[in-house]
Design a protein around this ligand. Structure first.
Ligand code: CTP
Length: 415
């Protein structure tokens, strides 16, 4: 099995390291009230093990002090063109060379204008001009300024030079207006950075369909049958595949999880809804991973009105739901890869191997609900991978680590 460590720049274990381990991120902060939010972004990046350098324009220092960034990142925060580090390298060239990505956020109209026209009159603009890494810009300004044709033309120019512009959010702005021009939340900016540099894009060009969470089978307008699945495993797979460059669609039962950014999420309720959503997309899919806990039975009748209490012991008639994998996988094209999950409480290997064969799967990821560290709602899992080549038991791992190991397995099969 391929080791993810080789691909991600020195990280030996997804359990122990952040997604940005070994990466250097340059944050350019300009004069806008949103500048204070970049402190949380810097903190998130550091927690993901990125090496973070912050360069501020002079105007930005009116909104947040450089010491805040120095404390959070452990690196000197640069403002003036003549700042040098202790090795007396020219700072702007040194940081520009180290950076795996530069993000200018918040980006004022002034800095956007300078960047679009190659003006380099301070530390930030000089560094950006010397930077060959991907550059992202997050405009933040008053709506009228943002919509001004000059700013729009400058953004167009930046895009034509390969700079990625993060669309501003719409909402209440510090100036009291409501409209476009709001810097997205730090979590959103973080996701943009992660999507750009977190992993090698070994799934680029692959269309991956993943299901997650529990289905709900309605009994009446008030009640339903379901199971304990929280969707964490399927969501981790969707995110990991997106970070590795796949075009991901996530068909999700009810969960409390935030849909991952840059993933098309299709919410569904019942097993029948999930079947329809998955089968509609199956032919266009290179890889299907069914991580959802699909109900095998539904109430035979749906009562239009709430079922009222009655004397005696009522019984509930059940009907089988469609087996999604069992229906779709036998008809898959040779180049399509289908992976199932299997949760058992006994005879894990035998039962799971039988499902692999019966449903015509390429891989099944089996876990035993009774194993410590596995099961519903936990952040870890303990899985055994079973395919035509045999059985591989994995140790307890974070669900994100399991997701990457499953994807490693799939990419080694299909490439
Ligand atoms: N699955 C499916 N459609 C169903 C039930 C399950 O596609 N109606 C998928 C699951 O998403 C999983 C795999 O089949 O990838 C195995 O699911 P599991 O619940 O472990 O097994 P079942 O096939 O339902 O068999 P059993 O409940 O008897 O263990």
């Amino acid at each position: 099995m391929k080791n993810i460590a080789v691909k991600t720049g020195g990280c030996t274990d997804w359990n122990d390291c952040g997604t940005l381990n070994g990466k250097t991120v340059l944050l350019g902060v300009t004069g806008s009230i949103a500048a204070y939010k970049i402190a949380s972004l810097a903190s998130m990046l550091v927690k993901s093990h990125a090496n973070v350098h912050v360069i501020m324009t002079k105007n930005a220092t009116n909104f947040i002090h450089p010491i805040t960034f120095e404390s959070l990142t452990g690196n000197k925060c640069l403002v003036d063109t003549f700042d040098r580090n202790f090795e007396f390298q020219v700072e702007h060239v040194s940081i520009a060379k180290q950076a795996d990505l530069a993000l200018v956020a918040p980006a004022s109209a002034n800095v956007i204008g300078k960047m679009a026209h190659g003006i380099a009159d301070d530390m930030l603009t000089t560094t950006l001009l010397a930077c060959r890494a991907p550059v992202l810009v997050s405009p933040a300004m008053n709506t009228n300024m943002y919509e001004n044709q000059i700013v729009q033309d400058n953004l167009k120019t930046l895009k034509s030079y390969g700079v990625r512009v993060i669309e501003p959010a719409t909402g209440y702005l510090a100036c009291g207006d409501t409209g476009a021009g709001k810097m997205p939340d730090p979590e959103v900016l973080f996701s943009h950075i992660e999507a750009e540099i977190a992993c090698e894009k070994d799934f680029a060009g692959k269309r991956l369909l993943v299901s997650a969470g529990a289905t709900q089978e309605a009994l009446d307008p008030v009640r339903y049958l379901t199971n304990h699945s929280t969707g964490k495993m399927g969501y981790a797979i969707a995110k990991a595949a997106m970070l590795r460059g796949a075009q991901v669609t996530l068909v999700s039962g009810q969960t409390n999880l935030m849909p991952p950014l840059f993933v098309e999420t299709v919410p569904v309720v019942s097993a029948q809804d999930m079947f329809e959503a998955v089968s509609r997309r199956f032919t266009e899919t290179d890889i299907l991973i069914m991580a959802a806990a699909v109900a095998d039975y539904r109430p035979r009748e749906f009562a239009e009105q709430k079922i009222k209490k009655k004397e005696g012991e009522p019984s509930l008639a059940l009907a089988r739901t469609v087996d999604i994998l069992g229906t779709l996988a036998p008809g898959k094209r040779p180049e399509q890869f289908v992976c199932g999950f299997s949760m058992e409480t006994e005879q894990l290997i035998e039962n799971s191997a039988a499902k692999l064969k019966k449903k015509n799967l390429d891989l099944i990821v089996a876990n035993n609900l009774r194993t410590k560290g596995a099961g519903f709602g936990t952040d870890t899992n303990v899985v055994t991978l079973i395919d035509g080549a045999g059985v591989r038991e994995l140790p307890v791992m974070s669900k994100l680590a399991v997701a990457h190991r499953v994807l490693d397995e799939i990419i080694s099969h299909i490439s």
